[in-house]
Design a protein around this ligand. Structure first.
Ligand code: FPP
Ligand code: K
Ligand code: ZN
Length: 506
């Protein structure tokens, strides 16, 4: 038996070494064709730490270390040690993206030269703000395809601007004017003129109006009635009357319900009430439970593929129902969820993918990055002491790879920035920069008898000097804190809570 063990012990490291050597060839291949740029960059590079460019393929970490900017851990500078040989459209796209990311991370392909103390491009706040302001401007005819997304365009731009520290109160009247024709007499908002009310449009409209202090234009009683129409007898929510049922509906509807402090009881006209449910939360946790898949991740509806965007909707919706430490472990298997969620953080990219075997994308900086504070709170993990995820990696991806030099943030290198990716990259950056914690407050608990108040129990801690150093950003790269459940600035959430305090029942 001891011979067998020795054989095992001998072959495993040999196989590993073969893999690493294979990958060393892959790294050389990745850098070849870029020799001119490398040479050029090396000539005036601050990063060069060794004159020895020779690479005998034997010491891959040594090779990488000789190329790295100071402070850049090796795992951001080369492909991971494991790769399978299956070639698909996705594997080709992955290879291209990884190559572009490595060039930006290591500085070889980096053209943003205004860098912070850690050699990462600064957050280009003024340029991103200017980019977001153009979204609030006029649109040429090709943008007709965006007509159903009017509320979203406003939300992404206004929330992104506030996350960058820009005051948006000047947009109040225009915002109200935009939403007036979108609000329907039967309650809720459509995405464009003449459109039926829709959960996503209502969510984006409510958040936008909260951002500018324009919530008074919402007919809360009509909204309560409409929400009753989309509450499904299953416990979940439809996206529209007779629309599809998925967890976006649950998160969007319950967010609207909470922010507007609507009554918890279902209206008498609600089809769910006729099916025996009494409140908006009846059956909701159990329906959400069914969205956890064999991977441990969370899909949009029972039997759907696990996906990061829906994972946020699931966790945030559970955090509207009760304290995370109660609602999350009650309805989800947190052990398998952790495994799936940690697998979303990509190396060397540092950002997140939305699902298994797919590519990094900066919108998941929020959809996945926003899950950590909720899940860590559910597990009583103190993020100041230990963490389930790598904040530095997300900061590196955001600053080095997701920023467009002319303004706006983008999905990945070789894509164009847009309002959606700009807002959610910035929200993700805030998740990496702040510690968000849930703490029960007696006062809101007492009020909670009528409306759902638990989601107002979150607070934020600004990063310490030590944390900023660990996570690689300067104070000028710090964004504003974004609420982990409502995805709004904290002061907006507080103003909204205070506005409707004691007004449950219209
Ligand atoms: C796949 O796109 C994307 C999805 C299946 C989910 C999209 C859902 C959201 C963005 C979230 C909605 C949330 C609310 C609150 C309305 P893809 O195949 O292009 O991307 P992938 O390759 O990254 O999966
Ligand atoms: K994507
Ligand atoms: Zn995206």
């Amino acid at each position: 038996s001891s011979t067998n063990q020795n054989t095992q012990a001998d072959t495993t490291p040999t196989d590993r070494l073969a893999e690493i050597l294979d990958n060393s060839a892959r790294i050389q291949e990745l850098s070849s064709g870029h020799e001119e740029e490398i040479q050029e960059a090396d000539d005036d590079s601050d990063y060069e730490t060794s004159d020895d460019d020779s690479d005998d393929g034997q010491n891959v970490h040594g090779w990488m270390a000789s190329k790295l900017p100071p402070n850049l851990p090796f795992y951001f500078a080369g492909p991971g040690p494991l790769a399978d040989g299956l070639e698909t459209t996705t594997s080709a796209a992955q290879e291209k993206t990884m190559r572009e990311v490595i060039d930006l991370m290591t500085g070889k392909g980096q053209t943003m030269t205004y860098v912070n103390a850690y050699g990462l491009p600064h957050l280009l706040k003024d340029k991103h703000a200017a980019f977001l302001r153009t979204i609030l401007g006029r649109y040429p005819p090709p943008f007709q395809v965006m007509d159903a997304s009017r509320p979203w365009l406003l939300y992404w731009a206004l929330n992104g601007l506030r996350t960058l520290g820009v005051d948006v109160s000047e947009y109040k009247q225009r915002c109200i004017d935009t939403f007036t024709p979108l609000q329907n007499p039967e309650g809720g908002f459509g995405g464009g003129h003449g459109h039926l009310s829709h959960a996503a449009a209502g969510y984006a409209a409510t958040l936008s109006l909260a951002l500018v202090g324009g919530l008074d234009m919402i007919d809360r009683r009509a909204m309560w009635h409409w929400l009753g129409q989309v509450k499904n007898p299953s416990g979940g929510f439809n996206m529209a009357v007779n629309g599809e049922q998925d967890v976006r509906g649950a998160y969007c509807c319950m967010t609207i319900h909470t922010l507007l402090a609507l009554p918890l009881a279902l209206p008498p006209s609600s089809p769910a009430r006729r099916a025996g449910l009494e409140t908006f939360t009846s059956g909701l946790g159990s329906w959400i439970s069914r969205c956890q898949t064999f991977e441990g991740g969370l899909g949009g509806a029972p039997d759907n593929e696990a996906h990061g965007a829906y994972a946020f909707c699931v966790l945030a919706c559970l955090c509207l129902l009760d304290a995370p430490a109660r609602s999350i472990p009650t309805y989800l298997n947190t052990r398998t969820l952790i495994r799936w969620l940690v697998s979303r953080q990509c190396a060397p990219e540092g950002g997140f993918s939305g699902r298994t075997n797919k590519l990094v994308d900066a919108c998941y900086s929020h959809w996945v990055g926003g899950c950590w504070s909720l899940l860590e709170s559910a597990l009583n993990i103190d993020p100041a002491k230990s963490s389930l995820w790598h904040r530095e990696a997300l900061v590196r991806y955001t600053l080095s790879c997701s920023q467009a030099k002319k303004g706006g943030l983008r999905d990945k290198p070789s894509t164009r920035p847009d309002g959606y990716h700009t807002n959610y990259s910035l929200a993700g950056l805030s998740a990496a920069q702040y510690v968000y914690t849930y703490a029960e407050s007696k006062q809101t608990e007492a009020e909670g008898a009528e409306a759902l108040m638990v989601a107002f129990n979150w607070s934020f801690q600004r990063p310490t000097q030590q944390q900023m150093k660990e996570w690689c950003f300067d104070s000028s790269d710090l964004v504003e804190p974004v609420h982990p459940v409502f995805v709004l600035p904290f002061d907006i959430v507080e103003n909204t809570r205070a506005k409707f305090a004691g007004k449950v029942g219209f």
